[in-house]
Design a protein around this ligand. Structure first.
Ligand code: IPD
Length: 263
């Protein structure tokens, strides 16, 4: 069944990515509204992309549930729920920085079983099935991903992101000031889904973020974990409060460092 869900995620994800790409005007994209704070923006194209994805999935699988970043929330009866970010990296999209993605995951009885992420600007695509690995697509080929081991935490290049709520940002900045002297460096790309696929590719060694929503984490998180990375959080579960990711070679030490820094 997971193969069928992934095929649907990929078909719909590619259609949404093509729609977003074709809809993007030259220059800056107009911000339609703000959400949790003035820095948390949404455009009409985010909303239209979500509506397209919701309609396609509903028509293919009418009994499934659906949760989308822009507000779609349907309760299903099949045990399958779709978790969708129609443009992950909206601020990049607004400014024309080519790092934004469509992210689609399917959960079965609450567990993410399928993840699909496509970088809208470059067309790079990743997929994962729980228990069957993760890969980068090269056309119809699947190039299996195996995240590389890391020798030392202080050699780790760490991807991160910042929450839009000012009070959370202040706390993140304070924790980051304590954290930075202990790692190689920080990268903030502006798309959590692409950060998580980048970890699976070996472009980053580790990750930390607070305030991620389920649609930011679901698909990319499965790509990362199926490439051999460990995901954790407070009490061991990655969630909105804290997401930490690292290769098992440094995970214990890295997770302890993140916690000691006060994230
Ligand atoms: C955001 C991006 C960003 C992360 C934020 C997310 P959005 O998603 O993933 O990297 O730092 O926490 O909200 O709002 O562009 O879909």
């Amino acid at each position: 069944m997971s193969e069928g869900l992934l095929e649907l995620a990929r078909t719909v994800g590619l259609e949404a990515a093509a729609f977003v790409k074709a809809s993007r005007p030259a220059g800056r994209v107009e911000v339609a509204d703000t959400k949790s704070s003035p820095t948390d923006v949404v455009t009409q194209i985010d909303r239209a992309s979500e509506e397209l994805i919701r309609a396609r999935i509903k028509s293919a699988r009418p009994d499934d549930g659906f949760v989308g970043e822009e507000g779609a929330d349907l309760i299903g009866t099949s045990g399958i729920d779709w978790v969708v970010d129609p443009i992950d990296g909206t601020v990049n999209f607004v400014y024309g920085i080519p790092t934004y993605a469509v992210s689609i995951a399917a959960r079965q009885d609450g567990v993410v079983v399928v993840g699909y992420v496509v970088n809208i600007a470059s067309g790079a695509e990743w997929g994962a099935i729980r228990g069957a690995g993760s890969w980068r697509y090269e056309g119809s080929e699947r190039i299996t991903l195996a995240a590389p081991a890391v020798a030392r935490v202080d050699h780790a290049l760490v991807a991160t992101g910042f929450n839009y709520v000012p009070e959370v940002r202040t706390k993140q900045a304070e924790a980051m000031a304590r954290f930075l002297p202990h790692i190689r460096d920080i990268r903030r790309t502006g798309s959590a889904a692409l950060d998580l696929c980048g970890l699976a590719e070996g472009h980053f060694d580790a990750y930390v973020e607070q305030g991620l929503k389920e649609w930011d984490l679901a698909a990319g998180g499965l790509v990362a974990s199926e490439s051999g990375l460990l995901l954790s959080g407070l009490d061991g579960v990655p969630n909105e409060r804290l997401v930490m990711v690292a290769h098992p070679s440094i995970a214990e030490e890295y997770f302890a460092l993140v916690r000691a820094c006060g994230f």
